[in-house]
Design a protein around this ligand. Structure first.
Ligand SMILES: C[S@@+](CC[C@H](N)C(=O)[O-])C[C@H]1O[C@@H](n2cnc3c(N)ncnc32)[C@H](O)[C@@H]1O
Length: 284
């Protein structure tokens, strides 16, 4: 029986071409360039079988990142699976906003609340090798993925702690120069949660109370006590939540409160700074 070529497998799999090519790269162990140049060559039976299996998962609606087992974030490959949210491009903006604010802060102490795959924590640690980063999550499975990613990428400056938001922090720890979080922020009844793409992601990573603001409220309320004076809190949120998040930041006493648009001009990240003590204030 003649064996199908890579071009034929890609054409027949009923998937968008980009997805089919990514799956072919994974199944063949070959680069995109090789597949383009040698697409008329027969696929080995084991590789063709792997392609069919992965393509069937993708056709059934599983996100491409889970099918491949990885997603690129800030130029690095993070392994992902059903225990963690697939890192999104908009979260790169959150990381960049944090890095900008840490410019000139020597050996910063950083906290990533709800680290998931560890994309934020490991990226911060790799971009700022002088930083000490603590990454937390309420899911032990997610923390295992984050730890594996940090180890594989050589992000040695990251420590990990399991627990519910602030309860994960070791007691008596020094305050942070920046706290960063992409917490769950979708409203519990939001119909988007039924979207086939989101159905595969861990529910605990997505929804947070009737308005989607429960986790953000907890994080904002606890942040001032864990930040150095002048330290930043940076939060990712839904595109319609900018006013509500800014309002919470202002009510918690933050200064420099602002919402930063992402590359599409959408409100996806809000920031605030713990006030510096005024001259003459007693520092406690
Ligand atoms: C939207 S995901 C973000 C994951 C990752 N930081 C990213 O940006 O790709 C939210 C993360 O918060 C974690 N989480 C949910 N509830 C939590 C809680 N009560 N305490 C700590 N982490 C929590 C979830 O397990 C999930 O990993």
């Amino acid at each position: 029986m003649s064996r199908a070529s890579w071009d034929a497998l890609i054409a027949a799999c009923a998937l968008p071409r980009l997805d089919a090519r990514a799956i072919a790269e994974q199944a063949s162990g070959r680069s995109r360039t090789w597949l383009i140049a040698h697409g008329d060559e027969s696929a080995e039976p084991a590789a063709a079988h792997a392609f069919d299996t992965l393509a069937a998962r993708r056709r059934a609606g599983e996100p491409l990142a889970y099918v491949l087992g990885w997603r690129e974030f800030h130029g690095r490959r993070f392994e992902v699976g059903p225990a963690v949210l697939v890192p999104r491009p908009e979260t790169e903006g959150l990381v960049d906003a944090a890095l900008e604010r840490l410019d000139g802060v020597p050996a910063p102490r950083l906290l990533d609340l709800g680290t998931g795959s560890g994309a934020i924590a490991a990226t911060l640690a790799l971009e700022r090798p002088d930083a000490a980063v603590l990454a937390t999550d309420a899911s032990a499975e997610a923390l295992a993925v984050a730890r594996a990613n940090a180890t594989r990428l050589g992000a040695t400056g990251v420590g990990f702690a399991l627990g519910d938001w602030w309860a994960a922090l070791p007691p008596g720890g020094a305050p942070f120069d920046a706290i960063v979080s992409n917490p769950p922020y979708i409203a519990d009844a939001d119909p988007h949660l039924l979207d086939p793409a989101l159905r595969h992601e861990p529910p605990g990573a997505l929804a947070s109370g009737p308005e989607g603001l429960d986790a953000i409220g907890t994080i904002v309320a606890g942040a001032p006590a864990r930040l150095v004076a002048g330290g930043w809190l940076l939060l990712e949120h839904g595109r319609d939540q900018g006013p509500a998040v800014r309002d919470r930041l202002l009510r918690a006493g933050f200064e420099g409160v602002a919402t930063l648009p992402d590359l599409q001009g959408l409100d996806r990240v809000s920031v605030g700074r713990r006030p510096q003590p005024a001259a003459g204030d007693r520092v406690v």
